[in-house]
Design a protein around this ligand. Structure first.
Ligand SMILES: Nc1ncnc2c1ncn2[C@@H]1O[C@H](COP(=O)(O)OP(=O)(O)OP(=O)(O)O)[C@@H](O)[C@H]1O
Ligand SMILES: [Mg+2]
Length: 214
């Protein structure tokens, strides 16, 4: 027996078929298909305006698609969006933090866990992303890279079964990028599937199963 916890993530197999989404006359995403099984990491690469964030918001069940289908473990995700949204860790491209609040209060705000579990999770993420020294500072007083790490932590606070991370590495220095990648790699080993967008394939190619270029 080892004292280390062996955490297996809940099975979360995602299959998106023929996703279409337009904004007015702008066709942002057309017939996009994707299958990510538990523990698989897919990179989404593309130039500005190619539809990466749109795909991510649709797959994270934040925005509705115009047509298409998303199945999670064979179940229609959109019909059960309320349930599945709590299983998905969404890290938005633009930080979704309240600037006037401290980093730790933001993390508490995002948490669905009970107090003790929240405190443990914040402690774990704080150590993983070197956040200890600024946890009690207001977000508006943090540097870009510090706020970015709080934003990433906010998406991971509920121990998601699947992660949708939109440009998570933007604004991180090389050391912090390596730490975040290491943390996400470990989650993948525990079975957490991930869709991660980036402008640069080199952030993803060493550890993802596949890179999709749109
Ligand atoms: N809320 C919105 N309202 C109107 N148009 C939108 C909206 N969101 C995205 N679009 C349009 O949809 C297209 C795809 O945008 P999207 O943000 O998905 O691209 P992206 O690949 O994430 O770009 P970037 O690399 O700059 O983040 C663009 O033409 C954009 O103008
Ligand atoms: Mg984007």
């Amino acid at each position: 027996m080892t004292s280390e916890k062996s955490i297996a993530a809940e099975k979360f197999d995602l299959k998106a078929t023929k996703i279409c989404k337009s904004y007015g006359g702008t066709e942002a995403v057309k017939d996009f298909n994707l299958t990510i099984l538990s523990g698989e990491v897919f990179g989404l690469i593309g130039d500005n305006g190619t539809g990466k964030s749109t795909i991510m918001r649709v797959i994270a069940l934040i925005d509705r698609m115009d047509s298409g289908e998303i199945l999670i473990n064979g179940v229609d995700a959109c019909e059960n969006a309320k349930h599945y949204r709590t299983k998905i860790g969404y890290i938005p491209q633009a930080n979704a933090l309240i600037e006037e609040m401290t980093a730790i209060d933001n993390l508490k705000l995002f948490s669905l866990l009970d107090n003790k579990a929240t405190a443990e999770k914040i402690d774990e993420l704080s150590k993983a992303f070197d956040m200890d020294r600024f946890l009690h500072k207001k977000v508006k007083h943090l540097s870009g890279g510090m706020a970015r790490r709080v934003n990433i932590a906010a998406g991971l606070i509920n121990s998601p079964s699947f992660i949708v991370a939109d440009e998570p590495f933007t604004g991180l220095d090389a050391t912090q990028r390596t730490k975040v990648i290491g943390y996400l790699e470990n989650l993948a080993k525990e079975g957490v599937g991930q869709l991660i967008s980036s402008h640069y394939a080199q952030n993803l190619e060493s550890w993802s199963k596949s890179i999709i270029t749109i």
